[in-house]
Design a binder for this molecule. Structure first.
Ligand SMILES: NC(=O)c1ccc[n+]([C@@H]2O[C@H](COP(=O)([O-])OP(=O)(O)OC[C@H]3O[C@@H](n4cnc5c(N)ncnc54)[C@H](O)[C@@H]3O)[C@@H](O)[C@H]2O)c1
Length: 290
């Protein structure tokens, strides 16, 4: 099996995409730590994996603190003696227009989606380095962080932070044989169902001209994660991969699309001239479109 003798930690694995990823990693041979602050749901997923002949342990810490993240990684060491794969999946939404957003809504989303991702990666990398056999870190990002999304300033900022983190960790830990990639998923879950219906309908309408499915099931996300977690993907790192329904995509890395130099630096007049004359054609529209 692709992941025989591997140990994986999946955060936020009590339901939705995380639960499906935990089951898929176990089906591929990995022993899995099923982390979720929802005790009952984490226990259910772990029991179901065991009942199907897999190996899994439930763990209930809040990964948005360094202590909670350390405890989740420690659970892998305690149960199976190692950690090879970390899937940073736990996430929350607290959607509101930026001008109405509260400090608590901002802080909660940054804590779970961004700080939690870093905290778990930090803890896992320490153990992976100690064990000395490489590792796989897969960060669940979002299109919101890539393209921006109205009503999701907190979430988009956190997920954009996850992309910066992915690229930075990739550069820091490739020398240890650890790969770090991001997945931008799309699947129907409780999270997407919490988005107001008129917003979802607008998005679905923009896809009406094609028959391919772009927001499918969590099961359709799993193959990308299992593959990236495997030994076969040892050469893939620092990438952002989109997957959902029938669609797989590879995102570009941010790059300068135009550059110019003036000895001594730029003045407002130079800027005006340059933007009018040359750069206008390079200005790109921003929006969460396909
Ligand atoms: N569903 C989509 O289309 C979609 C799109 C883009 C990104 N994502 C991302 O995919 C991931 C999974 O999303 P989902 O749709 O399955 O969501 P979901 O709400 O169904 O599941 C998220 C799980 O994370 C758990 N969780 C929340 N905070 C936690 C914490 N502090 N510690 C541990 N567990 C915690 C929740 O209890 C829940 O079980 C998230 O990171 C989300 O941002 C999902």
């Amino acid at each position: 099996m692709l992941l025989s003798n591997k140990v994986a930690l999946v955060t936020g694995a009590g339901q939705g995409i995380g639960a499906t990823l935990a089951r898929a990693l176990a089906d591929a041979g990995a022993s899995v730590i099923v982390n979720d602050i929802n005790h009952g749901k984490a226990d259910e997923v772990a029991h179901a994996i065991a009942a199907a002949g897999g190996r899994a342990v439930a763990q209930h810490s809040d990964i948005s603190t360094f202590g909670g993240a350390d405890a989740a990684v420690q659970a892998a060491i305690d149960a199976y003696g190692r950690i090879d794969i970390l899937v940073n999946n736990a996430g929350i939404l607290r959607d509101r227009m930026s001008y109405n957003m509260t400090e608590s809504e901002w802080d909660q989303v940054i804590a779970v989606c961004l700080k939690g991702t870093f905290a778990c990666a930090r803890a896992a990398i320490r153990e992976m380095r100690r064990i000395g056999e490489g590792g796989r870190i897969i960060n669940i990002a979002s299109r919101s962080g890539l393209r921006g999304s109205i009503g999701q300033a907190n979430y988009a900022a956190a997920k954009a932070g996850v992309l910066g983190l992915t690229r930075t960790l990739c550069q820091e830990v490739s020398k240890f044989g650890i790969t770090v990639n991001a997945i931008s998923p799309r699947a129907v879950t409780d999270m997407t169902n919490s988005i107001p219906e008129h917003v979802r309908k607008k998005k679905d309408a923009s896809w009406a001209d094609t028959s391919v499915v772009r927001r499918g099931t969590p099961e359709q996300i799993a193959p990308a994660v299992v593959y990236l977690a495997s030994g076969e993907a040892e050469w893939i790192t620092g990438q952002v991969i989109g997957i959902g329904g029938d669609k797989l995509s590879l995102w570009s890395h941010p790059k300068e699309v135009a550059e110019a130099f003036i000895f001594g630096g730029w003045s407002v007049e130079n800027m005006r001239e340059m933007f009018r004359a040359s750069v206008a054609s390079e200005l790109q529209s921003v929006g969460n479109k396909d």
